[in-house]
Design a protein around this ligand. Structure first.
Ligand SMILES: [Zn+2]
Length: 412
């Protein structure tokens, strides 16, 4: 049991920040047991971890990251999605049958992810079982809480990445049954036959987590239409296979129709909003406010390697920028506020992991300790302004410590 002292700032709801200067959080067994100003009196004899003058915020949550593309970070981002996949992505992913190579990339990715303040993450691995298990082990070793998906593909990929539907399903089944971190990961409709998706959907119906892509670009949507004229829309292909549940993460959702949004909400699925990737691949403007206003569960994703940063802090900024572009194009639309974007980056995405992303009593203790920069301190700006400055203009060195479930994350 420990008391953490500092300037506490977090979002219980998306509309506003909870701010407590010189406050205390009582941590016990990896959970928040209490929060307040008078906890030293209430819990005498308890060890105090003193971060006075620092911001204490919840850890960041990244709902969409391709670990196997970290070596490609920043490369080829002037391409459109389908060309980019063929030119860069698939060639790189083939290399992950080689475990020493996989380990060299994963270690760099995990180091940078932790240094960026992410404490929870949902990974795409490659089709390879070995690399997927290795990534799960590495995350555990570094105290990074992660779901890791072995990718399923049995059509429309490079030759080295095409699996038989039976083998693809069986590896995924084995992984989800044997490890809590595994997640069912059909890449996207064009990569998976209906036979494969139906068998994966049967697994999903048992309650195992699922992640996939949907409606990232208009060309992709046209392709899905031509592959599945029997479906009402893109989401319907997944839904017919049983893949859309309240444990499903749908990355992108740039062009989802109102009908699709209704089903996403009804099923309780999550949307991973990945604005950096959408800008880079000129995919489109995702109207995130519409999803939020409809009561759909939304979190943020870096989508490395289509995204050019492993930092959710940067994605908070990108999400607000994308919302402003949307407003510039359609004057009647409202804009994502700073508190809303911060909420998506913490409690919004965090709820996929349970009670995560807030300092309410009972929540898991995921904490970032932020040292404000010298100008913030000399100018005497308030806690919220310090947070804004960190998010918009800060750097990773300002994160001096991070905890996940009460344990320190290890970058090395
Ligand atoms: Zn992706």
């Amino acid at each position: 049991m420990k008391l953490f002292k500092g300037n506490i700032i977090y979002t219980k709801n998306k509309e506003s920040f909870e701010i407590m200067e010189n406050g205390f959080i009582l941590e016990e067994n990896g959970h928040v047991q209490d929060i307040g100003l008078d906890l030293v009196e209430k819990y005498p004899e308890t060890e105090v971890v003193d971060y006075s003058g620092h911001l204490l915020i919840p850890g960041f949550v990244d709902l969409h990251f391709h670990a196997v593309q970290y070596g490609n970070l920043g490369i080829g981002l002037d391409e459109e999605l389908l060309d980019w996949l063929n030119t860069y992505t698939f060639k790189e992913e083939e290399k992950f049958s080689d475990l020493p190579y996989a380990e060299s990339i994963f270690k760099e990715a995990i180091k940078d992810i932790i240094q960026s303040g992410t404490t929870r993450i949902v990974f795409f691995s490659s089709i390879h079982e070995g690399a997927t298990r290795l990534l799960i082990d590495l995350c555990e070793k570094h105290n990074l809480s992660a779901y890791v998906g072995k990718v399923n593909m049995d059509r429309n990929a490079s030759e080295g990445l095409i699996e038989s539907p039976k083998a693809s399903y069986e590896i995924t089944k084995r992984l989800v049954e044997e490890t809590e971190q595994a997640i069912i990961t059909p890449r996207f409709v064009p990569s998976c036959t209906k036979d494969l998706m139906t068998s994966l959907g049967e697994l999903a119906q048992k309650g195992y987590p699922v992640q996939t892509h949907i409606s990232e670009t208009e060309n992709e949507i046209e392709w899905v239409k031509s592959l599945h004229p029997e479906a009402k829309n893109y989401l319907d292909v997944y839904d017919q296979c049983g893949l859309v549940t309240d444990r499903t993460i749908l990355a992108h959702c740039v062009f989802c129709t109102d009908d699709e949004k209704e089903v996403i909400k009804y099923r309780g699925a999550y949307v991973a909003h990945c604005p950096a990737a959408n800008f880079n691949l000129t995919s489109g403007i995702m109207n995130v406010k519409d999803y939020i206003n409809k009561g759909i569960k939304v979190g943020l994703g870096t989508d490395v390697g289509a995204g050019n940063t492993p930092s959710i802090r940067n994605i908070i900024v990108e999400s607000i920028k994308m919302s402003k572009v949307n407003q510039m194009m359609h004057r009647d639309k409202d804009v994502l506020s700073f508190s809303e974007a911060f909420y998506l980056a913490t409690k919004g995405g965090g709820s996929y992991f349970g009670n995560v992303g807030s300092f309410e009593v009972g929540y898991e203790f995921d904490l970032l300790v932020i040292k404000p920069d010298d100008l913030s301190l000399s100018r005497g700006i308030n806690c919220l302004e310090q947070l804004q400055r960190f998010v918009y203009a800060g750097h990773n060195d300002m994160i001096i410590e991070s905890y996940c479930q009460g344990k320190k994350l290890k970058a090395y």
